[in-house]
Design a protein around this ligand. Structure first.
Ligand code: FAD
Ligand code: NAG
Ligand code: NAG
Ligand code: NAG
Length: 490
């Protein structure tokens, strides 16, 4: 191919630009980490433009209530999310440990499970109520996490995958990939877990983390459960800081604007040969502008409601993906909880700081819990009148009456709406990563599971994939038996 040359300097008037400019659409954790990894692979001379129509951070965002900032989108990070960990370290950011208060599960009338502050008591209670199922669940999860961790090895050796399916298959074969084909419920029933345990312990966790129940696929179910592990952390000052720092470190060029079209164009470069380029048409303020790129990475969910990007003049046309996203409202309320809404217990005796809910509760919320601001490293403290800041997730916007049902009194409330993560309906068919030669899509990975680390993994993969395909390194893509190969390489 004519453009498979090393980046060459090109002087246009007084401006110096470089050959093969790259466009990334979306400055969330996916887009900004892609910029960072692309810079590592393609070197310092390549021009990288990053388009963002909203705020840098995307689904990582904070909201302010009574002068304090709180995580309104992606909030907790697992201790074994190595890309996120690495970013924080390399970019000079600090971490906060999630302060775990006591958790209870309500069915709307009473608490079906309740933690106590006495560790041994919790173990006894768990065994009493569910036998050894929590322990077995833990082991099941360890095994999946173990396999999942293989991705870091592959990526540190620069291996890339051309599809989400190939990536998952390389981690743990057919069984691992097969998790996308079955619901979490089917997977666990098959493994002999009881209805009661699934209903009272597992479904409430999925409702908290994905606003959905045990009908989600097995893989996202495992990711969701790992969101209930210990050692969870967040970034001091807000997780979104990772995005702005990655953007800075990548030395890419942020273009505030909304991309409307991506069009395939045939043009000529200075060699005189016809080459295919992508024209990115975007709206910035009231102006419509466009630029040409050799490589384009789409780092936002492709659907009408969310990114609303149209692909023009592709032959054959680029298929429309029908990934639907779950509508979730995060509401922050400063007030005093009316605990009788969740339990029959007298008011003074209620010391839970997070309440999850079972599927059959008629409650209009999925969860509610006390939160710390993005600057507090210890347990949240009540204000002098005993009020805390509570965060609740609900499928719809809460009415004032609903808030008054949850609280004895409240001073203030703010909310943020999201199309948060895919609505999971296994069997999942994941969208392609390679939409066309040199046109890549990162967010297809959310079909397996949506999380910050998943977007970072997709970004690393897409950067490697773009680089290897550009340079014709086919042996670095979709290698079979990578795990065995790398084992003997040491
Ligand atoms: C309420 C909530 C709670 C969550 N909790 C967690 C959690 O605890 N832990 C965890 O790991 N994950 C969590 N997640 C998931 C996590 O936040 C996401 O998976 C991750 O942030 C997705 O990042 P992304 O960069 O792939 O996409 P996004 O963050 O959505 O970034 C896409 C960006 O593209 C921009 N964009 C879209 N269309 C265009 C266009 N046409 N032109 C220009 N720009 C465009 C958008 O404005 C956006 O900034 C949560 C998500 C939500 C919503
Ligand atoms: C998952 O289901 C699809 C059909 O929906 C099938 O083509 C595929 O082979 C299945 N994959 C696995 C690993 O079971
Ligand atoms: C999508 O963009 C088109 C123009 O490109 C606009 O007419 C339409 O209203 C947009 N749809 C949504 C849901 O934002
Ligand atoms: C608290 O909630 C209970 C049950 O919903 C209700 O009966 C009671 O009146 C509420 N208390 C206050 C002070 O609002």
């Amino acid at each position: 191919m004519a453009f498979q040359t090393k980046p060459t300097e090109l002087v246009r008037g007084k401006e110096t630009s470089f050959f093969h400019p790259i466009a990334i659409i979306g400055a969330g954790i996916g887009g900004t980490s892609a910029a960072y990894y692309l810079r590592q692979k393609f070197g310092k001379d390549v021009k990288i433009d990053l388009f963002e129509r909203g705020k840098v951070g995307g689904r990582l965002a904070t909201i302010t209530i009574q002068g304090q900032e709180y995580e309104a989108g992606g909030s907790v990070i697992h201790p074994l999310n190595l890309h996120m960990k690495r970013f924080v370290k390399d970019l000079g950011l600090s971490t906060l440990q999630s302060s775990g208060g006591l958790i209870g599960v309500s069915n709307g009338e009473t608490l079906v499970f309740e933690e106590s502050s006495w560790f041994i008591m919790n173990i006894i209670k768990l065994i009493w109520q569910y036998g050894f199922q929590p322990l077995r669940m833990h082991m099941w999860l360890e095994d999946i996490l173990d396999k999942f961790m293989r991705i870091y090895r592959y990526q540190s050796h620069d291996y890339a995958f051309s599809s989400v399916e190939n990536l998952l298959h390389s981690l743990g074969g057919d069984d691992f990939l097969g998790m996308l084909n079955r619901t979490f419920l089917e997977t666990l029933q098959k493994a002999g877990f009881s209805e009661k345990f699934l209903h009272e312990m597992i479904a409430p966790i999925h409702r908290l983390n994905y606003g959905q129940s045990t009908g989600i696929n097995g893989f996202v179910g495992a990711v969701s459960l790992s969101g209930a592990d210990s050692g969870l952390w967040a970034v001091e000052g807000g997780n979104k800081l990772v995005c702005s720092r990655l953007l800075q470190a990548s030395k890419s060029n942020l273009i505030p604007g909304s991309v409307m079209y991506i069009e395939e164009k045939t043009g000529t470069k200075q060699t005189g040969n016809p080459t295919k380029m992508y024209e990115v048409v975007y709206q910035t303020g009231s102006e419509t502008r466009s630029d040409f790129y050799d490589i384009v990475l789409v780092a936002t969910p492709l659907n009408r409601k969310m990114s609303n990007i149209t692909f023009l003049n592709f032959d054959p046309p680029i298929e429309e993906f029908h990934q639907y996203y779950q509508h979730i409202v995060a509401t922050f309320i400063k007030g005093k909880l009316n605990s009788t809404t969740f339990s029959s217990r007298a008011l003074g005796e209620f010391d839970l700081s997070t309440i999850l809910t079972t599927d059959n509760s008629d409650l209009f919320i999925n969860s509610i819990g006390i939160v710390s601001s993005v600057r507090e490293n210890n347990k949240p403290q009540p204000s002098t009148d005993g009020a805390f800041v509570w965060k609740t997730f609900s499928p719809e916007i809460l009415t004032k009456e609903q808030i008054l049902k949850l609280f004895l009194s409240y001073d203030d409330s703010v909310k943020q709406q999201w199309y948060a993560y895919p609505i999971y309906k296994p069997p999942e068919k994941c969208p392609s990563i390679i939409l066309r030669d040199r046109l890549y899509y990162l967010n297809g990975i959310e079909c397996a599971a949506s999380a910050m680390e998943m977007s970072a993994i997709a970004a690393h993969n897409a950067a490697l994939l773009a680089y290897h395909r550009w340079n014709g390194h086919t042996h670095m893509i979709d290698q079979e038996d990578l795990y065995e190969k790398l084992k003997t390489e040491l």
